[in-house]
Design a protein around this ligand. Structure first.
Ligand SMILES: Cc1cc2nc3c(=O)[nH]c(=O)nc-3n(C[C@H](O)[C@H](O)[C@H](O)COP(=O)(O)OP(=O)(O)OC[C@H]3O[C@@H](n4cnc5c(N)ncnc54)[C@H](O)[C@@H]3O)c2cc1C
Length: 242
């Protein structure tokens, strides 16, 4: 549920920017929103469709052997979901689009601004002393640090060692998605905590679960981005960068 909700939140954020790109009040507002929508689009497409497969696979697993055979209907969801990372742009190509065409938008300021929004919220949550949120702030903050380091590395690598950059594109997109997804879930959870209401604790629980069990993979993904590429390329000596 937390994966699905994070993916949906990223899609809503992308759609909201696409709306603002059309209906924003001023031309600079519209242009900035169009750039944000452009940056988020490959993340929305690739993350949602990848985790669609993961969630459909979990759906089979929770039913055990019954999940694998046809009677539950779970296997049909998995088969149907499996095409999504392939069509409308394979997710590998979405990741390449993210690093080669979207990171350089607005001279790189756009991505930095977005990451600084993630950082501000993570820092605020770190300072909140509520038992229900557990280590959400700390985990989100570590993921933001990982994304910041990987982004700085990626911006340099695209220019100087493009093959290494391409090799790190897919884990970079996942890292970005986990950071963004954790951010949106946490933002919703903090609003729910302030406002109360019947679903507040569910929002907090899902955001906390995501931060402590899913986006906590961020530092490992950053290591893949920044130091895993050479061994990806090493498998194909003709692609070894100069
Ligand atoms: C059921 C179904 C419905 C479809 N419907 C439509 C439709 O309605 N309209 C339409 O236009 N198309 C449609 N398609 C086509 C779909 O868009 C393509 O299958 C998709 O874009 C992938 O292209 P491909 O199959 O040629 O894979 P390839 O481009 O051969 O890719 C194979 C693998 O190599 C990777 N790859 C490719 N190029 C690179 C590169 N430069 N660097 C690194 N990795 C790379 C890919 O990520 C992928 O993992 C459909 C396909 C299917 C299966």
């Amino acid at each position: 549920k937390s994966l699905t909700r994070a993916a949906r939140a990223i899609c809503y954020a992308t759609a909201s920017e696409a709306d603002a790109a059309r209906h924003g009040e001023t031309e600079p507002d519209r242009r900035a929103a169009a750039d944000r929508a452009a940056l988020l689009t490959p993340i929305a497409k690739a993350f949602s469709t990848d985790i669609g497969c993961e969630v459909a696979s979990l759906g089979i697993q929770v039913h055990g052997g019954m999940g694998f055979i046809e009677e539950t209907g779970a296997a049909q969801y998995y088969r149907d979901a499996r095409i999504l990372p392939i069509y409308e742009g394979t997710n590998g190509i979405q990741a390449i689009d993210l690093i080669t065409r979207k990171l350089p938008l607005s001279g790189g300021h756009l991505v930095k601004k977005m990451i600084s929004e993630y950082e501000t919220l993570a820092r605020r949550i770190k300072g909140v002393e509520r038992l229900e949120i557990g280590r959400m702030g700390q985990r989100l903050a570590s993921t933001v640090v990982a994304l910041t380091e990987a982004t700085d590395w990626m911006v340099e690598a695209i220019e100087h060692t493009p093959n290494l950059a391409l090799a790190g594109a897919t884990p970079y997109l996942r890292l970005f998605a986990l950071t963004a997804g954790g951010h949106y879930l946490a933002k919703g959870a903090m609003q729910a905590l302030e406002q109360g209401g019947p679903h507040a604790m569910e929002s907090v629980g899902l955001a906390r679960f995501f931060a402590e069990n899913i986006s906590v993979a961020g530092p490992g993904l950053a290591a893949m981005v920044m130091s895993g590429g050479q061994s990806v390329i090493g498998a194909l000596p003709e692609l070894t960068p100069a």
